[in-house]
Design a protein around this ligand. Structure first.
Ligand code: MBD
Ligand code: FE
Length: 284
């Protein structure tokens, strides 16, 4: 194992929690802007749904206390971002994007970092010397949903390395490794050199891992590239792309795979693989 082999749930959870607090909890999309009527309605219905489950399944005090202990541990491990993004975000994304006509979105997950280094339309992501993994060239265009090319659109990309670790959330990885903000060319074109990410197992040594083990689930997500594609005047697209044939494409723990988001890379001359994918953005 690399240095990243020492990654712990509590350390990546603390980093993800800090990221969220810094980037999101203060912003217009943050909790402070939810009005009283919505809080009353939504909080009441969620609480009532919990009551209904308790009555239907005759939940015991032992089970109630197990839940209480587990919820306390989720916070102690910094795993609220992980828990929410794995088990809840996909439903929010579905509702938020149900009226899009362009490319499909999916969940952002807990490991996005804004302001990654800007790269030209044809570029390699920051990588370590001899970065492990099958080389991948990912090329395509960014257009409007009507096909209008979008020059200088940005394609932010972040991904796990070949061992399944994300820079800034696991120790021993250079800060911007496998993260970049690619600025598309005059016809919205881009060509990004990277490596194929590994299938990703969410941390198993924290509260989320404890839930998975206790329930007899598995912790895997299929290998994926994360992307945020944006252009002035267009709705920003947050999405992920997967790889055909991946063992976990049909049972993603985060329920974030859609058929439109599966890539079919082909072998390329240099021993790596290449694949195309075109992004179509909806107007704002
Ligand atoms: C990930 O890499 C991820 O994309 C999600 C959604 C949850 C946990 C880890
Ligand atoms: Fe991910």
């Amino acid at each position: 194992a690399s240095q990243a082999g020492t990654a712990t749930a509590a350390a990546s959870g603390a980093a993800a929690t800090q990221r969220f607090v810094t980037d999101k909890s203060d912003k217009p999309s943050g909790a402070a802007t939810v009005g009283k009527e919505r809080v009353d309605l939504l909080a009441r219905e969620v609480i009532e749904a919990v009551h209904a489950t308790i009555r239907e399944h005759k939940v015991t005090y032992a089970e109630y206390n197990a839940l209480k202990a587990w919820l306390i541990k989720v916070g102690a491990d910094g795993e609220w971002p992980l828990f929410l993004d794995v088990w809840i975000e996909h439903a929010v994304e579905e509702v938020a994007n149900e009226n899009r006509s362009g490319s499909k979105g999916t969940i952002e997950g807990p490991y996005y970092v804004p302001d990654a280094p800007r790269l030209p339309a044809e570029a390699a992501l920051p990588m370590r010397e001899g970065e492990a993994g099958v080389p991948l060239v990912f090329r395509g265009t960014v257009t409007g949903a009507d096909g209008t090319p979008l020059p200088s659109a940005t394609v932010e990309i972040w991904q796990a390395d070949d061992a399944g670790y994300y820079s800034q959330f696991a120790p021993g990885i250079p800060e911007w490794n496998l993260r970049g903000t690619v600025v598309a060319g005059e016809s919205g074109e881009f060509a990004i050199s990277t490596i194929e990410p590994a299938p990703y197992q969410i941390p198993t040594d924290g509260a989320c891992g404890e839930l998975i083990a206790a329930a007899g689930w598995h912790a895997w997500r299929p290998a994926h590239l994360h992307l945020i594609v944006s252009a002035p005047g267009y709705r920003t697209l947050t999405t992920q792309l997967y790889f055909r044939g991946d063992t976990h494409i049909g049972d993603d723990i985060a329920s974030a795979v859609k058929p439109e988001l599966i890539l079919d890379p082909v072998a390329s001359a240099g021993g790596g693989r290449e694949v195309g994918y075109d992004f179509a953005l909806d107007r704002e």
